[in-house]
Design a binder for this molecule. Structure first.
Ligand code: ATP
Length: 254
């Protein structure tokens, strides 16, 4: 689905991403890992149109997306979350997801301006679908709770829900387990695994929580100082001496 080809990003004298290539296939969960400053978020920014690469490209379903506007790329089905939250604290869990849905649905809603209450039916559909997402992310009991009073773990789940609200085909999450305890991270992992194949076609993560990464990833891409250091399945990556030296030795502290 996603093919990243020789991406490079220079900021003045710093090469934050240096000739990085990898792919995400339909049905896969792929994680991008590596030490702080390795260039993971910069990769996300280039793939989703928030940064224009110095060199290289990324293509989604054969269409080059790098250099296009973020909303164009989202419309193609590539949706990302941010390390900084997208959550509207004054709205309820349900309203947050409905808002994401409505933003995405505006155009399709206009297309249904037909006699016979097409718009109202669409509104109902959006509300039903938003409620379904709330259940899927395990926040059914918090449907009408204001986001401001959610726990850290619940906020992370809501961020995933907001991403789903945009109806992605490929969902890209930037550190979805940041600040979660091991029990919450486990719950998040189960939910994320369940989404692939039902709600989304593939998932790309940037994540430091190695328990989560190792338990849900089909493939892991390891970055260090802007370069791709290794790529493989969890077992292969876990046992790679270069990865252990550069990252996994210290990642145990995260
Ligand atoms: P973390 O795990 O801490 O989120 P990361 O792997 O996502 O790190 P990036 O945020 O991509 O790393 O940063 C890679 C390098 O690029 C760092 O040296 C960072 O300071 C630099 N960098 C990122 N964005 C910019 C920018 N807009 N301008 C200048 N330098 C930047």
């Amino acid at each position: 689905m996603l093919q990243v080809n020789n991406l490079r990003m220079r900021f003045g004298g710093i090469t934050a991403v240096n000739d990085v290539s990898f792919a995400v296939n339909k049905g896969e969960i792929v994680s991008l890992i590596g030490p702080n400053g390795a260039g993971k978020t910069t990769c996300f920014n280039m793939i989703t149109g928030f940064l224009k690469p110095t060199e290289g490209s990324a293509a989604f379903e054969g269409k080059v997306v790098t250099g296009r506007a973020p909303h164009d790329i989202a419309r193609l089905g590539v949706v990302r979350s941010f390390q900084k939250t997208n959550i509207l604290k004054g709205l309820s869990v349900f309203e947050n997801i409905l808002t994401a849905h409505q933003r995405q649905g505006t155009l399709s809603l206009l297309a249904t301006l037909l006699p016979g209450g097409g718009v109202r039916q669409s509104e109902t559909r959006l509300r039903d679908s938003a409620a379904e997402i709330v259940e899927l992310i395990g926040l059914g009991a918090r449907m009408n709770t204001e986001a401001a009073s959610l726990s850290c773990g619940e906020l992370r789940l809501l961020e995933v829900g907001i991403g789903l609200g945009a109806r992605p085909r490929l969902l890209m999450l930037d550190e979805p387990a940041a600040g979660l305890n091991s029990e919450e991270a486990l719950k998040l992992g189960t939910i994320l695994k369940g989404l692939v194949g039902s709600q989304i076609e593939a998932l790309l993560l940037v994540e430091h929580n190695m328990n989560l990464v190792m338990s849900i990833s089909d493939r892991i891409v390891v970055m260090n100082f802007g370069l791709k250091l290794a790529e493989g399945g969890p077992e292969e990556v876990r046992n790679n001496p270069e990865v252990i030296a550069a990252y996994l030795g210290s990642a145990a502290e995260h």
